[in-house]
Write a protein of this length. Sequence first.
Lengths: 207, 206
Amino acid sequence: MKVLGGATSDVARDAEVNGKPPRIAPLREDELSQEAMDYCTRLRKSLGIPETGLMPDVTATMLRHPELNDAQTTIGIMLAAKGRISMRERELAVLRGAWVTGAPFEWSEHVVIGKRVGITGEEIERVIEGGSALGWSRHEGALLTAVDELLSRFMISDETWLILAESWDEQQLMEFPVLVGVYAATAMQQNSLRVTTDGGKPGLTSR
Amino acid sequence: MELKGYGDRLAERTAQVVGDGPKIAAIPDSEMSSETRNLVDTIRLSAGAGTAAEVPDYMRTMVKHPALFRAQMELGTVLFKGLISPRERELAVLRIGWLAGAPYEWGEHVKISQRYGVTLEEIARVQQGSAAPGWSEHDAAILRGVEELLSDFAMSDATWDILARTWDEAQMLEYPSMVGQYVVTAFIQNSVRNRLAPENPGLAKF
């Protein structure tokens, strides 16, 4: 199973993605409208991200395409706030996806968010190992394996689906591939833009 | 990193994806609420399709999760009305559907892409990919960007630079997200095994 977007290590992938400057510059503060600022406050609140007073570079970049940014974050908010999949399950899936796609920004953000919803440092190491690591419940092992299956073969296998269907209903079963895909799309975009972490935080080396 | 695709094992892939039928049943067309039908019609109009009599299987399944359906369809609508031209978008989506071994998505976009000027010869050439002779440099880069994003989850400098000669920053922002959203569609349609419409050719070599 190829991980880290095919790079040999987290350090190597961080250099691959963020070793060069961002391809598109963030809008400057004086270029941002009040509407844009208010929008970011709403987004931050729905994801439980604390107020720091600074708009992240990634957001200030995405605001160059306001309609797309709005639609992308709408689905993100929907999955976070109105999703049927639990927060813990969601963060496990997003973390595994960020690791497989080698997405420094997404990984570093979700190490923080994941810990906020109770994922331990030991579990984060186990996410790096994947769904077959010892210690996962049957359901969580299948969840992580399903992430790998989607990202490498664009579908969930019958075996994995059956295990997930032991715990999940139809809405959750439909929501899961969308969740994995939306975060993979975000990784594709952020990796391509070479979005930097805030304040020089570590990328894929975050634990 | 090389992404094999499924071109040399179409029958196997089709059986795997379509095989035993849907894992989640679609709501019968007659049971769709008028509110849902209106939402679907709005999306279909913005996609350049008519408000056809029957709602596609995929949509009649996704409506079982109304909040998810609405959010996904709204994102799809933004992309349909997006800054990247429909023809360029369809080239990308065809390449995604083919590489992802996604019969529903590939087959639907064989039909949709022709609405926007993609020829049958070009559809066949998409199956061969960015390296096939005959593409403009820009169109080849659209396809190669898909190949890179689906295998490496990032775009190379070379591909980025070629696209950025024609596209502005907002279009460059849109492109990887657009590719990603059609990967989302492949994920769900493949995993749920939505039934193909009768005229959908599925994964056939052109």
